[in-house]
Design a protein around this ligand. Sequence first.
Ligand SMILES: Nc1ncnc2c1ncn2[C@@H]1O[C@H](COP(=O)(O)OP(=O)(O)OP(=O)(O)O)[C@@H](O)[C@H]1O
Ligand SMILES: [Mg+2]
Length: 280
Amino acid sequence: MPLVSLHQVHKRYPTGTEALSGVSFSIEPGEFVFLSGPSGAGKSTLLRLLLHMEIATKGDVLLFGRNLAALSRSSVPYLRRNIGAIFQDFRLLPDRTVFENVAVGLHILGLSRKEIKQRVTNTLYDLSIDRYAQAFPSMLSGGEQQRVAIARALVMHPALILADEPTGNLDWELSNDIVRLFDDLNAKGTTVIMATHDRFLLNAFPRRTLLLNKGFLIEDFQPSQTNDDETEEGVDEEPKEVPPIIQPLDMTAALRNLHTPPPLPKQQKIAGIDGEEVSS
Ligand SMILES: Nc1ncnc2c1ncn2[C@@H]1O[C@H](COP(=O)(O)OP(=O)(O)OP(=O)(O)O)[C@@H](O)[C@H]1O
Ligand SMILES: [Mg+2]
């Protein structure tokens, strides 16, 4: 059963903007999928539909096998508990420390103080922001705040990571580190959907890529070839020169020769949205 599937989904905002038009695709458990496309293409809208923060105007959005249109309001928090959401605008609590921002979801889960401390400390360490544990978000740079937002999502050990431009404020090296971290989690079975328009990352980490443009899904590119010269993933040095915007079809061509197959989907227990354990 797919973890995510959209069938002919349209999203029109009250302003009249058609943000998504007839979008259909499925994502299996254990996949790592990039969502790409230029500004205004509909990437954030699509992620907000999956989080049930926006409702599709037409079509069906299914998550963990549930049609979101039929989901009761009381089930929404249970659904979100399985998702690590990283927002483009961070959404940190300004009056809480970094530690408290990251711990907030674990308190809701009712974990012990000891377990919360351990999980938060480990996650802050993984993201190289452990030294800011007692700082407030306003004391941090944009990139540091972004890593706090990522830590807050990862600390929940979610079945699905929905990341909206999680590397938007990070330099090249940190961006690579974040995607490698997602890769490690993906290898352990976590499904990752990451919106990015960073072509360097798309080239360095060849993964299935859904390409949106003006609300239309114009490419669903699944890398299938392995190029022996390109097995080392990520690039240590920042690209020296920013190339011009690659048009969608050029990007696909650029991606085509670089790929390793994605890891095999793994079976994973999903905390059921009605409280039961559901095997996906
Ligand atoms: N709340 C909203 N109300 C009205 N229009 C919106 C709203 N949110 C987004 N839009 C419009 O919908 C379209 C898609 O926006 P969206 O934020 O999904 O694009 P995006 O691909 O995430 O862009 P970016 O790369 O700049 O983040 C844009 O034309 C945008 O102006
Ligand atoms: Mg966006």
